[in-house]
Design a protein. Sequence first.
Length: 244
Amino acid sequence: MTDDATSPTPPVSPASPARRALLWAGLTGAAALTVTAPAQAAGRTPAGPRPETPAQALRALAAGNLRWRTYRERHPDETPAVRHALTTGQHPFAVILGCVDSRVPPELVFDQGLGDLLTVRAAGEVLDEAVLGSIAYGVLELAIPLVTVLGHQSCGAVRAAVEAEATGEPLPDHIQYLADQIRPAIDHATEGDARVDATIDAQVRLVRSRLAAVPDLAARVAQGRLAVVGARYELTSQLVHRVD
């Protein structure tokens, strides 16, 4: 990932029980969509301290992806001390909304470890209430400063949606739901494999814009406490780059 958000992060106080009740009440409707790690958990060698701002989180992901694609992985935060510290709480620094594709596990492609990422996965990065609620929980309850929508090269869910639209043939139950959700992102300016490839990027942009429009998330973005970004993983090069 190559672009950084650059806004300071003010201190964040834990959400009150009443705030949590309001959060989950809001997420049930159709319209619904810095914490410092404990001293023991802060010893995240070799990954270092938890990123506290959007810019720091982006840099941590970019550095991890560089290690991954150059075969210099560190596999951080797997030590007995970290595992023990995590029994009392979690302080991930980024939410990753990625595809279910087995070739794109976020903890590997960003070379992160236990407690580092809050990972939400849905085929084609499709949003539903469970996905939205999971992301909102990470941002509002865990004070995570970065949400990354991670698409990837050769996405099967996107291809299925593109081909279903072209042929008019229905897909099996539940898979058709995924195609219907991806359909608004289909790029009709291209054909064949180029259409699939362009739609992968378009779906990332669409999902990112939907997340950025969620009122609670938008407020944090406006305050510089959160960045919501789009990105894409290339299977051929293992590079993650921004999709704007």
